[in-house]
Design a protein around this ligand. Structure first.
Ligand code: FA5
Length: 338
C-alpha cells in the first residue's frame, strides 16, 4: 500500500509540473485530493488493513496529501508570476515620454470657443476705457427684465422679446439690459459699466437668430453725456475687435428704455446685418434706478456678441456656435489652450 501511495504522489507531482493553467491544477486537485480522489480512496481502505499496517499507511497518506497540496500551491504561484511578467512585457508604458498632444500626435489639447475669446478681448478693451465689468442673473424677475426698463405689463414691446417663463413668474433674461437697473441700484453716478453674458429668447431660428446667444451691455451715466460720446465708444470698440474700420449704418429705432434710440448695422456678405441697439437712457429708466434725470444723463447699448464673432471670423451661420460640433470648433486654433 505504501508503494501505491508513492506511485500516486509521483503521478500527481508530474501532472502538477505539466499543468499550464489554473484549470489544469484544479483538475489534479480534484482527481487526487477531492472527496472521491485517489488519495482518499487509499484512506478508505485503511480499515481493512492489518492493525500494524494502519498507522504507517495513514501517515504516508497524509504526507502524500501535504506534498501534493504544496506542489499545487507552488505551481499556482509560478503561473501567476509568469502571467504578470508577460503583462509587464507587453503592456509597459514609458512614463517619461511627453504626452501625445505635444508630440503632434493623437488628440489636441482643445481650443477656446471663439465667443469666449471675443468676450475676453472685449473685457480688456472696456477695462482700458474705464468700464467696470458687472454680472447679472440669467433667471431674471419681470421688474428688472421689463418693467424698470420702461416696458410695463401689456406693453407691445414685450412681444419683440418673447422668452421662457418659469412657474414662479421669473423668466430667462431676454437681454443684458436688466444689468443697467442693477448697476444703478448698487452704484451712484457717475457709472461706467459693462455686462457680457448669455441671453435667451423664444425665436424663429435662422442664420442670424439663435434662442441662446450673447450680448454685451454698455452703460454710461454722467453729467452731459451725448450721442457723440456713445458713437466714439462704439467705433473704438469695433475698430479694436475687427482691426479695421467697418462700414456701419446708424438708423433711428425704438426701444422703450432709450430716447432717442438707434440701431447700428454692419455690412456682412453684401447685406446689412443688425449688430446692436443703443440710445440715450430714458429719463424714466434713470428714475427707476433712483437717479435724478435733471442732473444726470447717459447712454446705453446692447450688442449681439455672436454676430460680431460672425463678422470677425466670417462664419456664415451663428447656429454653429452653440452646436458643440467639434469640426467647427477645432478651426479656432488661434485660441488653443493646451
Ligand atoms: C436689445 O436686446 C436691447 N436690449 C439693446 C439695447 C440696449 C438697446 C441698450 C438700447 C439700449 P435687440 O433685441 O435689438 O435689442 O438685440 C440687440 C442685439 O442682439 C441685436 O442687434 C443683435 O445683434 C443681437 N440679437 C438679437 N436677437 C438675436 C438672436 N435671436 N440671435 C442672435 N443675436 C441676436
Amino acid at each position: 500500500m505504501l508503494e501505491r501511495l508513492q506511485a500516486l504522489t509521483d503521478e500527481a507531482l508530474g501532472l502538477v509540473q505539466g499543468a499550464g493553467d489554473s484549470a489544469a491544477l484544479d483538475a489534479v486537485q480534484t482527481a487526487f485530493l477531492g472527496k472521491k480522489g485517489k488519495v482518499q480512496a487509499v484512506l478508505r481502505t485503511i480499515g481493512s488493513l492489518a492493525p500494524e499496517e494502519r498507522g504507517p499507511v495513514g501517515k504516508a497518506a497524509n504526507a502524500a496529501k501535504v506534498e501534493i497540496e504544496s506542489a499545487l500551491g507552488e505551481r499556482r504561484q509560478a503561473l501567476i508570476d509568469a502571467a504578470e511578467g508577460e503583462l509587464a512585457e507587453t503592456e509597459w508604458v514609458d512614463a517619461t515620454l511627453p504626452p501625445p498632444a505635444s508630440t503632434g500626435e493623437g488628440r489636441s489639447g482643445g481650443t477656446i470657443h471663439p465667443i469666449t475669446t471675443l468676450v475676453r478681448d472685449m473685457d480688456d478693451i472696456f477695462a482700458s476705457m474705464g468700464f467696470e465689468a458687472l454680472d447679472g442673473p440669467w433667471v431674471e424677475d419681470d421688474y428688472h427684465n421689463f418693467t424698470a426698463l420702461n416696458i410695463p405689463p401689456d406693453h407691445p414691446a414685450r412681444d419683440m422679446q418673447d422668452t421662457y417663463w418659469l412657474s414662479d413668474g421669473n423668466c430667462l433674461r431676454t437681454h443684458t439690459s436688466p444689468v443697467q437697473i442693477r448697476a444703478m441700484e448698487n452704484n451712484k453716478p457717475p457709472i461706467r459699466a459693462v455686462c457680457l453674458g448669455r441671453v435667451f429668447r423664444h425665436e424663429d431660428l435662422d442664420a442670424t437668430h439663435e434662442n441662446t446667444f450673447h450680448q454685451v451691455e454698455g452703460f454710461y451715466v454722467d453729467r452731459q453725456v451725448s450721442v457723440g460720446h456713445m458713437l466714439y465708444v462704439l467705433r473704438a470698440l469695433l475698430r479694436e475687435i475687427l482691426e479695421e474700420d467697418v462700414e456701419v449704418r446708424l438708423r433711428p429705432s425704438y426701444f422703450p428704455f432709450v430716447e432717442p434710440g438707434f440701431e447700428m448695422d454692419v455690412t456682412f456678405r453684401g447685406k446689412w446685418m443688425e449688430l446692436l441697439g443703443c440710445g440715450m437712457v430714458h429719463p424714466k429708466v434713470l428714475e427707476f434706478g433712483g437717479i435724478d434725470s435733471s442732473q444726470w444723463s447717459g447712454f446705453a447699448f446692447g450688442l449681439g456678441i455672436d454676430r460680431l464673432v460672425m463678422l470677425r471670423h466670417g462664419v456664415e451661420d451663428l447656429r454653429h456656435f452653440m452646436s458643440g460640433d467639434l469640426r467647427f470648433l477645432e478651426q479656432f486654433h488661434g485660441g488653443a489652450e493646451g
